[in-house]
Structure formats: structure tokens, C-alpha cells
Design a protein around this ligand. Structure first.
Ligand code: ATP
Ligand code: MG
Length: 431
């Protein structure tokens, strides 16, 4: 290894301990007879202080010439000094510039005003050296680990399902076709049918993986490739999985408020600490609230972005919209037995942002075939799926939650591109 310690290890060391640290230069401050280099690595930063008379010949000169962003390895000793940021600095005996930055980014990564996200995305890896960007991605990482731990603690098994598939899960035009040898195949828009099947064998399953949607319009909340947290449970209905989902949100938020304090401080916000139960409003109740607010809506109309904005203003925070009209939901969602025009379905919202959709699924083959036909889909195309329903498919329910959208909520970002390392949309396919 080029390094003996990470910057985050230094606080534990005794004064005078020899270290070799490695990272990139985030700034150099030259004050004539003394120079300060701030070295950053993946875990934090430390000040490297070189003094005339104390440091070897040429070191101050080297510091004067090393451009920001260069990668360096610093050998030296740890010294406590209350004047140094964090109360500690490294006194260098040798500094090697292992990769000199030949260019400076066209915007300041270490403070100052930022250009449009498009300019930043062009050199995204450099853009991600910004403190705020790093904080967002550390929160994302922590949320992902907390989600895994939570679902595992509930006895769900993590699975992976194919991303190259033969038929659309929901029909629809938002699929990416791919050439699969001599046939046409598609990128999976969701693991829906596979996760349902796996409940037959594993009871409760979850998958955290990519979903692909050919979203033709550029919005602040849609990408062509997103990460979905999918859950499916046997012998459960939509009430059960709503409960699981809100427990997950509450648990993860609490964990983050403990584990990601520094990140939230960098982002300048307090983590939201929601409490259970989240409000549950039926679709019909939402219609009447909208009518009271002067928005004319008929039963069966989908809720538009504007409608969701209005509801978000009225309710705020996390809430469920339940019991959607059957015709607005995909074929696999179970209609209510008493009122089949409504379904056992829900969306989890935060303000006007949809985070998740879920519901009880149809587990009888004949009913599923009927719903496929009603949706204009061909049961023959789904034979590979329908087949297993003959072998005792249990009643089941589940949801898909957009991880990227959840991270937007956690970190207070308006644009989904800020929380995705390499976002894909209709205009962007690189980097
Ligand atoms: P929307 O109405 O916002 O387009 P949707 O209802 O089409 O979303 P679902 O099929 O219900 O999406 O997918 C489940 C979840 O996956 C959504 O609630 C959302 O959090 C996330 N998701 C879906 N499509 C995208 C996308 N294009 N970009 C980012 N996240 C997405
Ligand atoms: Mg949805």
C-alpha cells in the first residue's frame, strides 16, 4: 500500500508517530516561511504543515508549485496543534506528487458558485470531490446499508433477477429493446414478475437493483436507469407491506440521524425524523380534497403532477395514497373484492414526490389472465409466468421504492441527477 494510515485514523495515533498518508490536494496556502497543504482522502482531510528551517530543503518550493487536485503521498509525523483544523497536523519529511493535475476544473470544486449540473456531469468524478456531493453519496451509501440491514432483520432474502427479459412487465412503450443474439429482448423495467414468483420458494424476498425506463421527457425526478428497492412477501396483503415500508423509512431515517451527522451538517439540514403511522388517504379522499381546493377531478382520473403538488402542500411529509382505481394500476394488482373498480394498491408519497408503488397481487391464474386481456396484453406472452401459478402460488404483496428518490428526500435535493453518480436521461449517455 502507498499509505500506512487513512486521515480518519490519525486522531488515534500518539504524537510523533510516523505515517505515510495519500490523497489529493484540496488546497495549498503559502505564507512565505510556512505552507499549509490540505490533503483529502476518502475518509476525511488533514493539514500538512511545512516550515522553513524545519522541513527538508525544497519542500516549501514543491508545495508552492503543486496544483490543486494533484494526488500526493506524504511521509511525516503526526503532531497535535490546537491551531490546526481538527487539532492535528502532519509534519512532512517527504512529499511525492504521484499524479500531477494537468488541468483545473472550469468551476471551483472547493467552494464558490457552481455551474449547471450539465457542465459538472461532464467531469463528474471531479465534481464529486465537492464536499456536498460527497456528503450526498455518503448518505446514499448509509441509507442503502441501513435498508439492507432492516430487510435482512425481517427475514427477507436478498435475490437478483434478470435484467434482460423477453416481455414487458406492464406492456407500454417505455421499454429499451436490446438485440439478444438473433431475437429482440428488453431491459427490465422492474423485477415485478420474477420477485412474485420467488415468493413461492423463499416466502419473503427483496432486490436492490437497476430498473430501466425509456422516459422520453426530461424531468427532475425521472432517469432512464434508476435503482429500485423491491420487496415481495408471501401470505401478506397491501396493509402488511405498507407497514413494513413505513417501518423501513422510520428505521433508516433514525439510523442516519445517528450515523450521518457530519454529512447532514455539510448539507446544512437536519435529517427528517418521521413517526408512524404515516397518514393513509384513499384515492377517493384525495379527489374530494382536491375538489375542495377547486380542482375538478372525476373518478378514474390519474393524479397529475399539479394535483400531487396541491396534495403535497395540504398534507406534507410522508403519506400513503391507497385504494387506487383498478384501471390506473398494472394488471397484476388485485382488485378489491367488494368494489372491483378499486384495487388493493398504494403509492408512498413525500410531499409531491412519489417514492414507491405497491399492492396486493393477484395470485389466481384465471383472474390474472382476465386482467391481462382487459389490459390488452396477450396471456400467451406471459405463459412462462402464468405456468407457475398452477403450483400453489401463495397470496402475496409487495412494493418497489425508488432508492434515488428516497435519497433526494433524505438530502433535500430537487434534481435526481444530484444523487446519482452517472445519471442517464434521453440526452445523456456519457460519462
Ligand atoms: P412516476 O409516476 O413518478 O413516473 P411510476 O409510477 O411510473 O413513477 P413505478 O412503476 O410505480 O413508477 O415504480 C416504483 C418506483 O420506482 C417509483 O415510485 C419511483 O420511486 C421509482 N421510479 C420509477 N420510475 C423511475 C424513473 N424513471 N426514475 C427514477 N425513479 C423511478
Ligand atoms: Mg407508481
Amino acid at each position: 500500500m502507498l499509505r500506512t494510515h487513512r486521515t480518519s485514523d490519525l486522531g488515534r495515533l500518539r504524537d510523533g508517530q510516523r505515517v505515510r498518508i495519500a490523497g489529493w490536494v484540496s488546497s495549498v496556502r503559502d505564507q512565505g516561511s510556512i505552507s499549509f497543504l490540505i490533503l483529502r482522502d476518502g475518509w476525511g482531510e488533514v493539514q500538512v504543515t511545512a516550515k522553513r528551517g524545519e522541513s527538508p530543503e525544497g519542500l516549501l518550493e514543491l508545495l508552492r508549485r503543486v496544483p490543486e487536485h494533484s494526488s500526493v503521498v506524504v511521509r511525516g509525523i503526526v503532531r497535535r496543534d490546537p491551531r490546526a483544523p481538527g487539532g492535528l497536523e502532519v509534519v512532512p519529511s517527504r512529499i511525492s506528487v504521484v499524479s500531477r493535475a494537468r488541468k483545473q476544473p472550469p468551476f471551483s470544486v472547493y467552494g464558490g458558485s457552481l455551474p449547471s449540473i450539465d457542465k459538472r456531469l461532464d467531469i463528474r468524478a471531479v465534481d464529486l470531490r465537492r464536499a456536498k456531493a460527497r456528503a450526498i453519496f455518503r448518505v446514499r451509501h448509509a441509507a442503502l446499508q441501513a435498508i439492507r440491514r432492516f430487510l435482512d432483520s425481517r427475514g427477507l432474502m436478498e435475490v437478483q433477477t434478470p435484467k434482460i427479459i423477453a416481455t414487458a412487465t406492464e406492456g407500454g412503450a417505455d421499454l429499451f429493446p436490446v438485440l439478444y443474439f438473433d431475437r429482440e429482448a428488453f431491459l427490465a423495467q422492474s423485477p415485478q414478475l420474477y420477485k412474485e414468483q420467488l415468493t413461492m420458494a423463499f416466502d419473503g424476498v427483496f432486490e436492490i437493483g437497476p430498473i430501466f425506463r425509456a422516459e422520453p421527457s426530461r424531468t427532475l425526478r425521472h432517469l432512464s436507469e434508476a435503482i429500485s428497492v423491491d420487496v415481495e412477501m408471501a401470505f401478506a396483503d397491501y396493509g402488511d407491506v405498507m407497514k413494513l415500508l413505513e417501518e423501513m423509512i422510520v428505521r433508516v431515517s433514525r439510523e442516519l440521524s445517528r450515523r450521518a451527522r457530519e454529512e447532514f451538517a455539510v448539507l446544512g439540514r437536519e435529517p427528517e425524523l418521521p413517526s408512524r403511522p404515516f397518514p393513509r388517504l384513499t384515492y377517493e379522499r384525495c379527489l374530494s380534497m382536491l375538489r375542495d381546493a377547486g380542482v375538478e377531478k372525476e373518478f378514474g382520473d390519474d393524479l397529475s403532477t399539479e394535483d400531487l403538488k396541491e396534495l403535497g402542500r395540504m398534507i406534507g411529509g410522508y403519506y400513503f395514497i391507497t385504494d387506487w382505481p383498478t384501471k390506473l394500476k398494472p394488471f397484476y394488482i388485485k382488485p378489491k373484492s367488494r368494489r372491483p373498480e378499486l384495487s388493493e394498491s398504494f403509492d408512498l408519497m413525500h410531499g409531491d414526490l412519489e417514492l414507491s408503488s405497491g399492492g396486493t397481487r393477484i395470485h389466481r391464474r384465471s383472474a390474472l389472465v382476465r386482467r391481462l386481456r382487459e389490459k390488452g396484453l396477450k396471456p400467451r406472452d406471459f405463459e412462462y409466468h402464468l405456468r407457475v401459478f398452477d403450483y400453489g402460488m401463495p397470496p402475496h404483496a409487495g412494493f418497489g421504492m425508488g432508492l434515488d428518490r428516497f435519497v433526494m428526500v433524505l438530502t433535500g435535493q430537487e434534481n435526481i441527477r444530484e444523487v446519482v453518480a452517472y445519471p442517464r436521461d434521453i440526452r445523456r449517455l456519457t460519462p
